[in-house]
Ligand binder design. Structure first.
Ligand code: SER
Length: 308
């Protein structure tokens, strides 16, 4: 399935279920000095989660352009080295502002992956925050996933925060096992390993708290849902590729790099492939950043752009 089709299907799936399709916001968050760049689909809804702002909808779906370079979520050093990290990527997400919570978020995600894009159910795993019994029970009851494929992990993996301050909460990830060939081969390799075998495709955040500048965490007025799935990862999986760089989102860019440099890309077999992947990633990031008004400079956003 082509990435353009996946984007369309995702938006349509949630629109059919009463979600308003909201266009991506820009990469520079408006009126938010706490963030360098829009790093997730939820950023444009921060005020709605905090009940500081209302919209004329309570459920939304989007495909958000994101940059994770600089700040709390920074993937710059992993780019090209892993099969799955980017500075710039598109995040598919559905959101509930006090409307539905864990049960429906889990049901929608599972239904979309199994029935809409036909992922093989026996290769899927899920993670929940270590003490989130409720989420574990819902996964088992609503999807029938065997208990031994529900893994409990700590805050590093299963508690999501947008930054040092702002909305946050426990989360639950859907993971696809890409097989031993995609992994590190170490004895302890399992869900939670940093390698590319157990690939996180979707993160469901049960947004429940707000973290203040002093570090204190207070409950949100209403529990909300914020989910995020990387379009690049899902595209690679659905196109039978083990790296995002072999998906249709990257191949035209890599071909252009081959033309310009007269270096052949060898799908990861060649030491230069890491650089080719990094150039492909960075070309997308700088293009979108400059288009959104950031210019290279010596400080702040412009400095991160210059580094990229
Ligand atoms: N905000 C969460 C994330 O970025 C889910 O969208 O993973």
């Amino acid at each position: 399935m082509k990435s353009a089709e996946i984007r369309k299907r995702f938006l349509a799936y949630f629109q059919k279920r009463g979600h308003t399709a909201v266009p991506s916001s820009g990469l520079v968050p408006k009126n938010d000095p706490t963030l360098l760049f829009t790093n997730a689909g939820m950023v444009q809804f921060k005020g709605v989660f905090l009940s500081e702002e209302t919209r004329d909808y309570t459920k939304a779906v989007s495909c958000q352009k994101c940059v994770r370079a600089g700040g709390k979520h920074n993937d710059l050093e992993n780019v090209g080295v892993t099969a799955r990290h980017h500075t710039f990527f598109e995040m598919l997400g559905n959101f509930s502002f006090g409307e539905y919570f864990k049960k429906d978020a889990i049901r929608y995600a599972w239904d979309f992956l199994i029935n809409e894009v036909n992922l093989p159910v026996d290769r899927l795993w899920v993670t929940v925050f270590e003490n989130d019994d409720e989420a574990a029970i819902i996964w088992k009851r609503e999807t029938g996933i065997p208990e031994n494929r529900i893994v409990r992990l700590g805050a590093k993996d299963n508690f999501w925060s947008m930054g040092d301050v702002g909305p946050c909460g426990p989360c639950s990830e859907i993971i696809i096992d890409q097989g031993p060939g995609a992994g590190c081969g170490r004895a302890g390799c399992a869900v939670g390993c940093d390698c590319d075998r157990f690939l996180e495709i979707w993160n469901l955040v049960f947004m429940q708290f707000n973290r203040s500048a002093s570090g204190s965490v207070t409950p949100l007025p209403r529990p909300c849902i914020d989910t995020g799935m990387g379009l690049e990862r899902l595209s690679a999986v659905l196109q039978g590729k083990l790296t995002n760089y072999d998906s249709d989102l990257f191949t035209p860019i890599i071909e252009a790099i081959e033309d310009l440099t007269a270096v052949k890309y060898a799908g990861g077999q060649n030491p230069l492939d890491v650089s080719i992947r990094a150039v492909a990633d960075h070309a997308r990031a700088i293009t979108f950043l400059i288009t959104d008004g950031v210019l290279p400079s010596n400080e702040g956003r412009g400095y991160v752009l210059r580094r990229i």
